[in-house]
Write a protein that binds this ligand. Structure first.
Ligand code: ADP
Length: 480
């Protein structure tokens, strides 16, 4: 057992060191990006965007280390809670890395912007604050220190305060006509990025804290196991079941908490932009600028509307029973293609439908399945280049109808393939924003597939394209 323990300790320390390395890398990047932004140095920002791969690689190594540890270390499962924590923390850090690369992209867009001294000072302080947060979060994980983790909240308050003042300043400048509206909006979004880095760091602290607080002393674990199993016979030498159940409760709590935090963020960004745009619009006299601002306002408002629609759809999928009517597959295909047509035309993308055996029937709710298929087609269109073609192939394989949507667009890196089905997860936030995505489309598809006893699969290669397959059980030809 001692030998196994020390192997586990070794493994955990490899994971910890990699997480610390990531935290260091992300926080150094935050500093570099800030300097690049304040200097208007586009070339430096470009390099930083490309260097984002290092963070992805580390994240992949941590993930593989975690999975390997989980598989091999069953005998000392009590300590595996830290491995699960490491996986969560890994996700947060990797997301912070994505944000850094987005800030770098914003630098690119801000060419020629010369923030005044006050803005420079606030941005530099936000950046420093975000770096401290990231480092402190990683440190609290290494030292398993719940108190340290709790102190992250306070740091985050400072970041919030800085961000608030910064926005006020940008608004005031824009009102006086000292910043053009486009520039002020971009600066406001950069501020939001920093705030989000702070949030990820706070999540890390929060997770470390609940992992440590949730640690059950041995006697208590045995007590719980007896209560659960209703027998004195059971002597939990490993406590796996107990910890699993506690971990599950906490996992559900954490998911709920994450979700609420994510929704608030997703809505805060466009709502913040709307208020900024409205304020700027009020003081803008130039007719062309007013039109441009109004367009931007409408886009942001539509975005809020889309996010709310998708959230309501997800809630409906979770809360209402799915009907079990028989539905013709060709009818589903026709309706989904019709719905996606407008978007496809706007992007000049052609939709080719291949082989619809007209006797295929599935059981479920037509509206849901049409929505899922439309989401897949919409995505194929939005992540393809203009003047290209996408295809929708209908097949019947091993008792299942497969609806395959194939594109030759940007593709998805291997490390992201599983995560694209998570709510609000995007490989490239900027692109999803530009094309009007809500980040919920694939979460809806997966839900619909599950409600119908089916599944959704994806294969993809960056630069070559993606295929998404929606599989649904066949009912067989309807004799009537
Ligand atoms: P979004 O509204 O951002 O498109 P989705 O849930 O539909 O949200 O998809 C999540 C992410 O998965 C997208 O942001 C995008 O990065 C990636 N994605 C989805 N479909 C495709 C596709 N066909 N090609 C490339 N990337 C895709």
């Amino acid at each position: 057992m001692t030998e196994i323990r020390s192997q586990l300790d070794d493994r955990l320390s490899v994971i910890e060191n990699k997480l610390l390395e990531m935290a260091e890398l992300v926080s150094v990047r935050v500093g570099d990006v800030t300097s690049a932004m304040l200097e208007g140095d586009v070339a430096a920002a470009d390099i930083l965007v490309r260097a984002d791969d290092d963070i992805d690689l580390l994240s992949l190594q941590v993930e593989e280390g975690c999975i390997d540890t989980l598989v091999r270390e069953q005998p000392v499962a009590r300590d595996l809670r830290f491995v699960v924590a490491a996986m969560h923390i890994n996700t947060d850090m990797e997301r912070s890395g994505d944000l850094v690369s987005n800030i770098a992209k914003a630098v690119g867009r801000l060419q020629g912007a010369h923030p005044d001294d006050h803005v420079r000072d606030l941005v530099a302080r936000m950046s420093a604050q975000a770096q401290v947060l990231m480092r402190r979060a990683a440190e609290s994980f290494r030292s398993r220190d719940a108190e340290l983790a709790a102190s992250i909240d306070e740091l985050d308050d400072v970041l919030d305060e800085l961000h608030y003042r910064y926005i006020q300043h940008v608004i005031a400048d824009a009102r006086r006509g000292e910043l053009d509206p486009q520039q002020s909006l971009q600066l406001a979004l950069v501020g939001r990025f920093y705030e989000r880095i702070g949030d990820h760091a706070e999540n890390i602290g929060e997770r470390v804290r609940y992992i440590i607080d949730g640690w059950l002393p041995e006697a208590q674990a045995a007590e719980r196991a007896r209560a659960r199993l209703g027998s004195d016979e059971f002597r939990p030498t490993r406590g796996l079941a107990v910890i699993d159940s506690v971990a599950e409760e906490r996992r559900v709590d954490a998911i709920r908490r994450d979700f609420v935090a994510n929704v608030s963020h997703e809505l805060k960004t466009p709502v913040g932009a709307i208020s900024l745009l409205a304020e700027t619009l009020a003081s803008e006299r130039d007719e062309t600028d007013r039109e441009r601002l109004t367009d931007m306002l409408q886009r942001e408002a539509k975005r809020v509307g889309d996010i709310i629609d998708d959230l309501l759809e997800l809630t409906r999928l979770e809360e209402t029973e799915t009907a079990t009517k028989k539905i013709d597959v060709d009818d589903i295909v026709r309706r989904a293609v019709d719905k996606a047509r407008g978007l496809a035309d706007a992007h000049r993308v052609e939709i080719a439908v291949v082989g619809v055996p007209s006797d295929l029937v599935v059981r479920g709710e037509r509206r849901q399945i049409v929505r899922a298929l439309t989401n897949l087609i919409d995505n194929a269109v939005r992540y393809s280049d203009p003047d290209s073609q996408i295809s929708l192939t209908v097949d019947a394989i091993d008792g299942a109808v497969t609806l395959t949507v194939r594109d030759t667009g940007v593709g998805i890196p291997r490390t992201e393939l599983e995560r694209v089905f998570e709510r609000f997860y995007r490989v490239d936030r900027a692109r999803s924003r530009e094309t009007g995505g809500t980040g919920l489309g694939l979460a809806i598809v997966r839900h619909v597939a599950q409600n119908h006893g089916g599944k959704v699969l994806v294969e993809s290669k960056p630069g070559e394209g993606s295929s998404f397959v929606l599989q649904l059980p066949i009912v067989g030809a309807d004799p009537s």
